[in-house]
Design a protein. Structure first.
Length: 261
C-alpha cells in the first residue's frame, strides 16, 4: 500500500510514500493518517518527507480540524478524544463510546456504540446531551442543517442540529451502507434484497426526508464500496472492493464511471 496524489482529471499521478494509510486528512503541507502496518497516528509532508509518529493510538476514524486531531481510542469505535497536532494536550471528549461522529461548528455529534442513541456535546466535551432516541444509529452525515442517520442499516431518520424536527422513513428490502451529504442531497450506497440472492447494489441520492429518491448507477457485481463514499465536484468517489480497492468515481448523474488509477 502507498499514498499517492493526482489531479482531478487523473493527470500527474505521483507516489508520495510507501505507507499503508487509513483515514487520511490533508491539512496544509501535512498528511495525517493511521499507519495500517505498524499502527499509530502519523503525519508526513505532502512531498513524502518528515514522517512523524504522533500517537500510538490506532483508530478507524481520525479527523483533523485546525491544530486539533480527533480520534477514538479503539480501532472500531471507542471514546472520543482530541489532541494537538504534535500529540500534546490529550483530552477525553465523550463519556460514551462512539460508533460514528461528526465535528461541526464547535460541536460533536455522535452515535453511542452499545445502544446507538445520537448525542451531541461541545468540542471541549462539555454539555453532553441526548439529541434523539428511538432508533439504533450507525452512520451519520450532514445535509444542510440536518443530521441524517442510518438506523439498523434499513431505516433512515433526520433531525435538526438542535434536536427538533425529527423525521424517519422506512426503506423496505434495502440496506444502506454509507451516506454523504452534498449540495442539498444525501448520496448513498444501497443494497436491494428484493430479488433474493441476486442483490442489486447501486449509488443513489435523495432529499433528507427520503423524497426524490433517484438511482444513479447500478452494480450487479459490486457487493459494496470498500470504505466511505466521498462526493466532490459532481463525482462520487469510492474504492472498488472487487478490484483490490482501486479508486473509482461515477458522475452524480450516472452518465460516466471511470477508474482513477
Amino acid at each position: 500500500s502507498a499514498i499517492y496524489r493526482m489531479r482531478k482529471d487523473r493527470s500527474e499521478l505521483q507516489l508520495i510514500c510507501n505507507y499503508s494509510a487509513v483515514s487520511l486528512n490533508v491539512v496544509g503541507e501535512w498528511i495525517y493518517f493511521v499507519d495500517g502496518t505498524v499502527g499509530g497516528i502519523h503525519k508526513v509532508r505532502i512531498d513524502g518527507t518528515g514522517k512523524t509518529k504522533i500517537s500510538n493510538v490506532t483508530s478507524y476514524k481520525v479527523y483533523v480540524d485546525g491544530d486539533w486531531i480527533y480520534y477514538t481510542d479503539q480501532y472500531w469505535g471507542g471514546k472520543l478524544y482530541r489532541m494537538k497536532s504534535d500529540g500534546s494536550s490529550v483530552k477525553q471528549i465523550t463519556s460514551k463510546q462512539c460508533r460514528d461522529y461528526i465535528i461541526n461548528k464547535g460541536y460533536v455529534y455522535f452515535t453511542e456504540s452499545s445502544e446507538g442513541i445520537v448525542y451531541k456535546c461541545k468540542i471541549d466535551g462539555t454539555g453532553e446531551t441526548m439529541l434523539c432516541a428511538g432508533f439504533v444509529g450507525n452512520y451519520l452525515t450532514l445535509a444542510g442543517n440536518k443530521l441524517v442517520v442510518v438506523s439498523n442499516n434499513e431505516n433512515i431518520f433526520s433531525v435538526n442540529l438542535n434536536g427538533s424536527g425529527y423525521h424517519s422513513f422506512q426503506t423496505n428490502n434495502t440496506q444502506y451502507a454509507f451516506l454523504n451529504g452534498y449540495d442539498g442531497w444525501v448520496y448513498y450506497l444501497e443494497h436491494d434484497f428484493r430479488y433474493g440472492s441476486d442483490v442489486i447494489s447501486s449509488f443513489g441520492r435523495m432529499r433528507f426526508d427520503g423524497s426524490q429518491k433517484t438511482k444513479i448507477y447500478e452494480y450487479n457485481y459490486l457487493n459494496h464500496a470498500d470504505g466511505f463514499i466521498n462526493v466532490v465536484d459532481g463525482w462520487i468517489y469510492f474504492q472498488n472492493e472487487h478490484e483490490n480497492d482501486n479508486l473509482y468515481r461515477v458522475k452524480i448523474d450516472g452518465t460516466k464511471i471511470e477508474r482513477m488509477g
